[in-house]
Design a protein around this ligand. Structure first.
Ligand SMILES: Nc1ncnc2c1ncn2[C@@H]1O[C@H](COP(=O)(O)OP(=O)(O)OP(=O)(O)O)[C@@H](O)[C@H]1O
Ligand SMILES: [Mg+2]
Length: 462
């Protein structure tokens, strides 16, 4: 399907072309003069323009020049009722893509041209789909996880993906927000349409506006041609607005309007265009706090978070760590060609114990580094970064000289209650000695009431 603009002061021609090409499934608009066409070009983007040469106001050739300036990508076809070699040469010289003569054969001449343009548009779209398909097969939408929280998220994705409801994904940096956004798109009916990502934090405000909504030639210095915005580029598909928490308040108002009305207006245009886009947003900020502090609009928040998805930090789903490690190991084994079979238990223990402030991204980088450094067949302690080893030592290995807690348990098991009882008795005797036999003072030393002290003393026969 292509977007066509028909320009002719002869109504019968306009009607003929409009009806014919609409029937063939194209989006067709009509202008009855060169000026009217110019106005349309100021507010809309077309794939094909079919224009008469001789019109009362401005000629088709002038319109052609204007169109090529504002929308260099569009195909321009000139038609004429009085064919002369001169006009034909003019048409070609000024960059018309085709030239056709009005009469019985007009449709026969135009149809293949329109057909060709819409074919090439289709090919372009398919190339995009192919790229996405490759990305899918290389595992980009591969979300790993077996924890209850991740399972619940998988289920939620499957339920909500097919619909077009908006999704707000929250979670710390590196928890997989973008991965989830892609998975939603891949599992939706929009899978064959574009998935476009915009990092809202990466653009200054005015640039973000023209990036999202497009602009018309002359809207600002440097706007040398009409340009489609990402909302329109994502038409039919999904637009992923990343780092939405960094969007300025002014842009938030503009985004709110677009979501409310389903229409976008390019910068410098007077016309609005309908868009059908599923909007998925993500942030690692706490939007409730942003709202409370006046940096995020509450009304926009409610529009965006129809379906909220929160990705828990990795330290709250440690059972996913071994699976993720295996997944990344496999991935880097393939890319490096190194035949590393696994991870030594001691190294895995450290990986599972670490608190992962950078979440899955940090784990991914850690495994990549370990694979690169490893000279044996298994990833060992030496392959892990200092911070991960230190964390373990500080949190789990106090007095154990870096040995694992498993070392506490002798082969035949241990009588824990008996062990504790011995400790209690030793402390009681120790406190009494320090207190010179004064029981109330001993109780104070052990931070217990005199009553409790008496209870323990009786229990241990002291
Ligand atoms: N559950 C997962 N399974 C497999 N890979 C994952 C998973 N979660 C995250 N990753 C990987 O970790 C890296 C970071 O993920 P992603 O970019 O989606 O995080 P993010 O939440 O968008 O982070 P940021 O807030 O920093 O943009 C990516 O390479 C991604 O492939
Ligand atoms: Mg991200």
């Amino acid at each position: 399907m292509a977007r066509l603009l028909i320009v002719d002061d002869e109504r019968s021609i306009c009607e003929l072309l409009e009806i014919t090409f609409r029937k063939e499934g194209h989006r067709v608009e009509v202008a009855s003069s060169g000026d009217a066409a110019k106005r349309k070009l100021e507010g809309q983007i077309y794939d094909i323009i079919i224009s008469d040469i001789r019109m009362p106001d401005i000629s088709g050739v002038d319109l052609l020049q204007y169109a090529k300036e504002v929308s260099p990508g569009c195909v321009f076809i000139l038609i004429t009722g009085v064919p002369t070699l001169g006009t034909a040469i003019d048409a070609v010289n000024f960059g018309a893509d085709r030239y056709a003569i009005k009469g019985d054969k007009l449709l026969d001449e135009l149809r293949p041209a329109v057909q060709q343009v819409s074919e090439s548009l289709k090919l372009k779209k398919e190339a995009g789909i192919l790229r996405r398909e490759i990305r899918r097969l290389t595992g980009l939408d591969h979300i790993i996880g077996s924890s209850d929280s991740m399972r619940a998220i998988f289920e939620l994705i499957q339920t909500i993906a097919p619909q077009s409801s908006r999704v707000l994904i929250t979670g710390e940096s590196g928890t997989g927000k973008e991965l989830v956004a892609r998975a939603i798109h891949e599992n939706s009916t929009r899978v064959k349409e574009p998935f476009i990502t915009v990092n809202c934090g990466a653009f200054p405000e005015t640039l973000l506006e023209s990036e999202l909504f497009g602009y018309m030639k002359g809207a600002f210095t440097g706007a040398n041609e009409n340009r489609e915005g990402l909302f329109q580029a994502a038409d039919g598909g999904t637009l992923f607005l990343d780092e939405i928490g960094n969007m300025s308040l002014t842009m938030q108002v503009k985004l709110y309007r677009v979501l409310q009305e389903g229409k976008v207006r390019p910068v410098g245009s007077t016309e609005e265009a309908d868009v059908d886009v599923r909007v998925i947003t993500a942030t690692n900020k706490d939007l409730a706090k942003e709202i409370a502090e006046g940096r995020f609009r509450e009304d926009l928040f409610y529009r965006l978070s129809v379906i909220p998805i929160h990705l828990p930090p990795l330290r709250e789903r440690r059972e996913d760590i071994p699976l993720l490690v295996r997944h990344f190991l496999e991935q880097f084994r393939n890319t490096t060609g190194k035949n590393i079979e696994g991870v030594e238990p001691k190294a895995m223990e450290r990986l599972e114990a670490y608190d992962w402030p950078g979440n899955v991204r940090e784990l991914e980088n850690t495994i990549e580094r370990a694979v690169a450094l490893e000279t044996s067949k298994r990833i060992s302690l030496e392959g892990l970064p200092e911070r991960i080893l230190l964390y373990y030592q500080n949190h789990f290995a106090e007095g154990n000289h870096g040995e694992s807690p498993a070392q506490l348990i002798p082969e035949g098991g241990v009588d824990l209650a008996g062990h504790i009882s011995e400790i209690e008795r030793a402390y009681l005797l120790g406190a009494l000695e320090c207190a010179g036999g004064i029981r109330t003072k001993a109780a104070q030393l052990l931070k217990m009431t005199y009553r409790s002290f008496r209870h323990y003393a009786k229990k241990h026969g002291i």
